[in-house]
Unconditional design. Structure first.
Length: 182
């Protein structure tokens, strides 16, 4: 009986110690973040420098991932010879991103070029094909949300979505579903 009491109290104390260590660690991280944020807000040049570095690092990671997805999309779409042109364009863009680490004036074209490039519908289609081939489509796209958005943009009801999801086998039953839903 006494042994089980000591074991239970040891487990309880070790749990409390772990909780206290976790609270101390989290509070230290929060205090450090608050002090760093206050210091950066006081020194706006440091804030801009950290912002430039974080955007540049994000662009490098974005470029690595998107170039692979785009390459796979070109292969799936049968435009594999274009993949070297895309690689060349991506290399030039990476040089601009690398220059943005040195001088902030390169950051504007480094951000604007991928936004302009990805805004083209053909590129979006290639990216979707690449995401499907890499089996990453579930991470990026929700088919339900995409269908709803596409139907809403076209001014249609969700009848096609019901058909795509297999809720309705026959397109003629859309009126019945609408009557049941209302």
């Amino acid at each position: 009986m006494l042994l089980s009491f000591f074991i239970a109290s040891a487990i309880f104390i070790s749990t409390l110690v772990l909780i206290e260590m976790f609270i101390i660690f989290i509070s230290a991280v929060l205090v450090w973040t608050a002090v760093l944020a206050f210091f950066m807000l006081r020194d706006w040049r440091l804030l801009l420098k950290i912002l430039r570095w974080s955007i540049s690092i994000w662009l490098v990671i974005f470029g690595i991932v998107v170039s692979e997805v785009l390459r796979e999309g070109l292969i799936v779409n049968g435009s594999a010879p274009l993949h070297w042109d895309v690689r060349l364009a991506w290399t030039v863009w990476f040089i601009i991103v690398a220059c943005s680490f040195v001088d902030w004036r390169f950051l504007v074209p480094a951000v604007a070029l991928p936004l302009w490039f990805v805004s083209h519908p053909e590129v979006q289609t290639l990216l979707n094909y690449g995401l499907v081939r890499l089996k990453w489509i579930g991470i990026v796209h929700s088919p339900l949300a995409q269908s709803c958005l596409a139907r809403a943009e076209d001014g249609h009801s969700l009848d096609g979505l019901y058909y795509q999801l297999g809720i309705v086998d026959d397109e003629s039953k859309f009126g019945e579903i609408a009557a049941i839903a209302t």
